[in-house]
Design a binder for this molecule. Structure first.
Ligand code: F6R
Length: 607
């Protein structure tokens, strides 16, 4: 989604803003722009496409000035062209915006009736004109911004700059995140702490309904009644981490390879390996006393939750309701008193997941979240958080966040099972030992590259792919299909293998590769029967299994990807890796933009 940067500085800011925007690239965007104020002149450069185009524009025609705002745009209202790129101007006002102004057409009609001529198709431009109108009516810059903010409905993070005000940027937040960075004689605004990392790690996060006046000497935050409010200044952890690709071609490749280490860090946070027990971490509810757990998330995080459901129900005998957050938020699910909620989100900012959380808050049940970004809104609004220790995930397609979410869910399963008395101390010890081996198995899985590349070459020629799995391999089949379609643009579907003959079998022919995820587990034989059905219809099978599975499958495959034999409990964490690698290599062969696939955003802050 869109990224925002603002700097009230000492040196020329345009190159600094571009640098900060590069750190927001991972969020997904399709055009970008910068505006500065230089000796009373408000000017901007904007470009369609990637930031290199904006840099080229700035190289040909530089912008001076020590105050400026910048933006990467992920199109919502209006095509991604230069005219719709931010910053938007209206007379003495420049605005950048992340989110959607829901009442923009009503406001645009009102402004048009006042004689305003619009130069873009965006919802954002109304904000610039509203502020400009207040200025014309004699309001101060700060008051003009405040008056305009009062008129807006919807989700927004905004940064507003004014000709004649060389020491003021107004920021506002209602939904999408906005952070203020504290420097030495300089101040910053950014969509997240990563954007501001080169400048400062002293951060203040705005809360919903806050707006801020940022000046070189400091900042003042107000609420929507215009009253000053205090928000804590914190040291951001994200800023200490270098966000680069290392020796890898893409962030996604780097993040796939980081998994053994990140899974290990995450597991070590929740498990006492030496003692063979789950660690003594705090929970805002007692697993022994709740009767239901409602899990809600989006995309890959939802699929992690689905695997969590299998685990929690099997090992802890805890009934779990799991929903896609965009459905949950509107379906008015009754939540009895003895239930609790768990939200899963890498970014901690996903609008639908946050709305679901707020629904549960209204229902009065305890709220927990598995998040990767600890300073995120979802983290801050939860009663208890379970951080994933994955480090910043930059590739749009989630990889290491997913396996770290699974690691947390596995630990929570043990915690719940122990509290509910469904596993013995010996079983707990055995399962902790199995989990402690997950990083080693994951490292072994990373060595499978060559077989996977061979399959990827095949996939790069086809239009459709089917993924099948049973039990926890079913969510993995869904995840495999999601990963493949989002970065290679090949149409892929994931199905529960047993569901094959209820419809999807009609799709099978010689053109259709079918990827079957089937370690040699309790229900391996059942999945083999489904593979026979595929083979009988000429379908080309890629079997992802272990050594025992490969020996017992006894049917011709296009390729068999053989993983180490791993215990059933840890298999989803390990089997995620070949699934990710397959999508990655296919996308690389096809030459797509792996880290920033078309139309996708990393942090989905609108619904
Ligand atoms: C897919 C992917 C998305 C996210 C989803 C939720 O690879 O990354 O499906 O999982 O947008 O995002 P978070 O976890 O930030 O809430």
């Amino acid at each position: 989604m869109c990224g925002i940067v603002g700097i009230v500085g000492q040196a020329p800011v345009a190159p600094l803003i571009v640098d900060a925007l590069k750190r927001l690239e991972y969020r997904g965007y399709d055009s970008a722009g910068v505006a500065t104020l230089d000796k009373g002149k408000l000017d901007r450069r904007r470009a369609e496409g990637k930031l290199v185009n904006l840099e080229r524009r700035l190289g040909d025609d530089p912008l001076g000035g020590t105050i400026g705002i910048g933006h990467t745009r992920w199109a919502t209202h209006g095509v991604p062209n230069e005219a719709n790129a931010h910053p938007h101007f209206a007379e003495d006002v420049a605005v950048v915006h992340n989110g959607i102004i829901e009442n923009f057409s009503e406001l645009r009609d009102e402004l048009k009736a006042d004689g305003v001529v619009f130069s873009s198709q965006t919802d954002t431009e109304v904000v610039a004109h509203l502020v400009a109108r207040e200025l014309k009516n004699g309001a101060s810059a700060q008051d003009a911004a405040f008056e305009a903010l009062k008129r807006l409905r919807g989700a927004f993070a905004l940064a507003i700059m004014f000709r004649g005000e060389e020491d003021l940027i107004v920021g506002a937040r209602n939904g999408p995140p906005l952070a203020v960075g504290h420097g030495d004689g300089e101040m910053y605004l950014g969509s997240d702490a990563i954007a501001l990392a080169p400048f400062t790690n002293a951060i203040t996060y705005l809360e919903d309904g806050d707006w801020v006046a940022v000046r070189r000497g400091g900042m003042e935050i107000f609420d929507m009644a215009g009253q000053p409010v205090e928000r804590a200044r914190q040291q951001s952890v994200g800023t200490s981490l270098l966000v680069d690709k290392g020796n890898h071609r893409h962030f996604m490749e780097k993040e796939i390879h980081e998994q053994p280490e990140m899974i290990s860090h995450t597991l070590a946070h929740y498990l006492d390996f030496a003692g063979g027990t789950v660690a003594d971490f705090a929970l805002p509810f007692d697993f022994a006393k709740i009767e239901r757990l409602a899990i809600s998330a989006c995309g890959t995080a939802y699929l992690a939750g689905l695997i969590g459901k299998y685990w929690l129900e099997r090992y802890a005998r805890l009934p779990v309701d799991i929903d896609i957050a965009s459905e949950f938020r509107y379906r008015e699910m009754p939540l009895p008193d003895n239930s609790a909620a768990l939200f899963i989100s890498q970014s901690g900012e996903t609008a639908d997941t946050l709305a679901s959380l707020r629904y549960c808050r209204g229902e009065g049940i305890p709220i927990t979240a598995i998040v990767n970004v600890r300073e995120s809104t979802i983290a801050r609004e939860s009663d208890g958080i379970f951080p994933t220790l994955a480090g910043p995930e930059i590739g749009v397609a989630s990889t290491k966040a997913f396996t770290c979410q699974l690691s947390v869910l596995a630990a929570l399963t043990l915690k719940a099972a122990k509290a509910r008395g469904t596993i013995s101390a010996e079983e707990e010890k055995a399962l902790v030992r199995q989990l402690s081996e997950a990083p080693r198995y994951a490292s072994q899985a990373l060595k499978l590259s060559s077989g996977i590349e061979k399959v990827a070459r095949e996939l790069s020629h086809v239009r459709h792919v089917l993924y099948l799995g049973r039990d926890t391999n079913y969510p993995l089949a869904l995840e495999g299909a999601l990963k493949l379609k989002e970065i290679s643009y090949i149409h892929a579907e994931g199905y529960a293998a047993g569901e094959l003959k209820h419809g999807p079998i009609a799709l099978i022919d010689e053109q259709m590769p079918v990827i079957v995820i089937a370690p040699h587990d309790r229900i391996f034989e059942k999945t083999v029967s489904n593979m026979q059905e595929v083979a009988a219809r000429g379908g080309r099978i890629v079997l992802v299994t272990d050594e025992k599975g490969a020996r017992n499958a006894t049917l011709d495959t296009l390729e068999t990807i053989v993983l180490p034999d791993v215990p059933e409990f840890v298999a989803p964490i390990v089997y995620a890796l070949p699934i990710q690698m397959l999508a990655y290599h296919t996308a690389v062969i096809m030459g797509t933009d792996v880290d920033q696939p078309r139309n996708l955003a990393k942090s989905v802050t609108v619904e």
